[in-house]
Design a protein around this ligand. Structure first.
Ligand code: BTN
Length: 245
């Protein structure tokens, strides 16, 4: 086991639920797959490398060893709002070093480059909150096709990041948000997330839908006013028209 994983599995977290058990893998297909098949409530699955890391919309998530944080938190039970809880947790965990922006539906950007992606999936009452954070990459460490839009915390801030500290912070914030959801404070978490997305009134393009964001609904879908009427968009790749997201 790598020195990083060795530290991870011994993390003593100040959490109630998230990270009750931490499982470390040098190599795994996907931490989300493992979580959905074998996870228990409160587990966090962390891998140095994923061979089949996946992202939204059937995309591959580039997960090389030593450069990032590839992990999944498992929660059992019906859940609403975990995707919001996760995005806020990553943003807040990094907040003392940089101002990550939440880009709808659930990316975190720094200087317009994607440094984190979140994939929430569920199966048989088990929810996998998968988080990928690019930490140590130089731009040339990304596959060519990603070099124009991906970034890492280290490349973009110019300072050294510690993956163990960052993971500890993310899990602590995630646990706090999960506790809010458990207490029925969904609206508060969703509201903070919607505010972080800062999309209300913005002109956007998502696929062939172009218009102005009127609101973000309960499920995080965008309600976009277009010349042809209102459209509800659940997922996709969003561009802010004339914006700098
Ligand atoms: C996206 O932006 O498309 C979501 C990317 C999610 C990647 C993470 S890495 C850990 C977990 N395991 C996976 O296979 N995917 C998620």
């Amino acid at each position: 086991m790598s020195a990083f994983l060795d530290q991870i599995v011994r993390l003593d977290l100040p959490t109630c639920r998230v990270g009750r058990r931490i499982l470390g893998f040098d190599v795994i297909d996907s931490t989300n797959t493992y979580a959905l098949e074998h996870g228990r409530d409160g587990d966090v699955i962390v891998a140095e490398r994923q061979t089949l890391g996946r992202g939204r919309l059937g995309r591959v998530w580039h997960s090389p060893p030593g450069l990032g944080l590839w992990f999944t938190a498992v929660l059992e039970g019906p859940w609403r709002g975990l995707q919001f809880a996760a995005a806020l947790a990553v943003r807040d965990a990094a907040a003392d070093r940089c101002a990550l922006k939440v880009k709808w539906p659930n990316d975190l950007l720094l200087e317009g480059r994607k440094v984190c992606g979140i994939l929430v999936e569920d199966r048989n009452g088990r929810v996998a909150v998968g988080i990928g954070i690019n930490v140590h990459h130089r731009i040339e460490d990304f596959p060519e096709g990603l070099r124009g839009k991906a970034g890492s915390l280290e490349a973009l801030t110019g300072v050294r990041w510690d993956r163990v500290d960052l993971l500890r912070n993310v899990l602590t914030h995630l646990d706090q948000n999960v506790m809010l959801l458990t207490e029925g404070r969904f609206d508060e978490v969703r509201g903070r997330w919607a505010e972080a997305c800062a999309l209300r009134g913005r002109a956007v393009q998502c696929g062939d839908v172009r218009g102005t964001v009127q609101a973000i609904d309960e499920d995080g879908a965008l309600l976009i006013d277009t010349p042809a009427g209102r459209r509800r968009i659940v997922s996709g790749d969003l561009d802010i028209v004339n914006g700098d997201h």
